[in-house]
Structure formats: structure tokens, C-alpha cells
Design a protein. Sequence first.
Length: 287
Amino acid sequence: MYRFLFSSKWLGYFVLALIFAAGCVLLGRWQMDRRAETLAEINRVVSNYSATPIPFSEAKAQFQSLDPEKEWTQVELRGSYDVAGQRVVRNRPLNGQPGYEVVVPFRLDSGEAVVVDRGWLPIGNKTPGRPDSIPAPPSGEVTVVVRMKPGEAKLDRGAVEGQLASIDLPAFATELPYPVLTGAYGQLAGETPAPASMPVAFPKPATDEGTHLSYSLQWFAFGVLMFVGFGYAARQQARNARIDAEDEDDDFGAAARVKGAGSKPARKSKRRTSEEEEDAILDAQGY
């Protein structure tokens, strides 16, 4: 009864089912890869974000070339801000609000310089394309705690004087009269002494893995259901074929019996309609 599965039509259905299931598997694995990346980021946040700050001497190599596993590590810096090198980074939304970030070179007592992102500012109302005011960093000797972040890619758009399109550390370094470590920058966690006003502090990164796992399981389930549907359709086709074969056998047997009794030449019988069955029931009841 399942010989029809080898017909060109059903083989075509099977190939389509394979293609659909393969696509579901690929999408499910892609979601699993996304989940693995998210879990790795969550592990970095959990391990490094609130850990005890390490001195710059231990983190210098990371500011030259940041190991992804060291992202968010807290580092203590001592030195002074170079306010003349301060820049505003454009197009930096926070919680759905447009705004800017303020990056300032920090010159350490040891002679090196790193870039510190001091925080976020809302979009201004006085001058288009600029924040209304930029809180000044503390002057003189300062101790700051930062969290290491990798630099950003260069964007194919410019920025007005005093602003940056992204935190592209090598490009920013070319605007300064002294060398700057470009392997990482620091996202401000705290300053001592604390200034009277500061940009808005950055929120802690989310540690929710999201919906990647549920989406991946859904894609895998869709792939399995495709074969379940194919099997159900094949079973129904086989069932219909079996019923047709039984009807043909009944017709053939009836014809053979009539012929064997010497009656008129056998004619192929046909099944009675619903109306004929109702009439037969009424006749049997004397109506």
C-alpha cells in the first residue's frame, strides 16, 4: 500500500520536506550559537563587572590588546584628565533616548595615556547637534576606576569638530599630540575626588539570556513536525488506497457470483447512493 511513495510526486514531496527540515535545523543552530555568545557575555559580566579593581600595571597589556575574556574588568587609574582632548561621541542612545557620550584622554602618572568614557548626555535643546552642557572632569590628580571595553569600528560618516562618530581609538589617537593606548578604553565606574556634576552613569549590562533557546527549540520542532505531517499524509493516502482496493474486490466478487449462477451477463455493480439506501429502509417498513 505504500508503493506510491516511490512515485515522482511523493518523492518530490519528500525532497521538499528534507529542504524545509534542513532550513529549520540551520535556523535552530544559529539561535543556539547566538545563545552561546550571549551566555559568554553574561559570564564575563558576572565575573568581571563587580570584581575588585586591579592596578594599571596589571592591566597595561590589556589596554594594548584586549582579551575578550577580560572585558568589563575593573582597573584603577591614577593621573589627570586632559580636558583639551575631550570629545563628544554622536548618536549614542540610552534607554530609547538620543544623546551623546563624553570621552576624555586620561594621562597616567606612569606616563601612558588611555581613553575614558565618562558617561552619557541627553541631546541638547540650545544648539542642534550638540549637548547643552558637558560636565567638566575633576582637575588635578584624580583616581578613577574604569571597566575595560574594546574600541569600536570606524564608521563611514563624519563628525563636526570636537565630536567623534564612534569610539575608534586609533582615529582618536591621531587627533592627540601624545601617544594613547588603543587596545581598549575605560568606561567610568567612579572618580575620586567626585565632581559636582557628572554625565549619566552607564547601566549595568543585562544578564538575561533572552529567547534564543526557546526560538531554537521551536525551529527544531518545526523540522520534526514537517516529517510528522508527511507521514500523516502518506498514511491517509495508503488508507484511501486500501479502501478503494476493498471496494474493487467486493465488486469483483459480486460479479463472479452472478455469473456463476447463470444469470444475465455480470455488470459492474456500484454502491447505492444515500437516497437509494433510504428508499430501501422505507420499503422494508411497508411505506
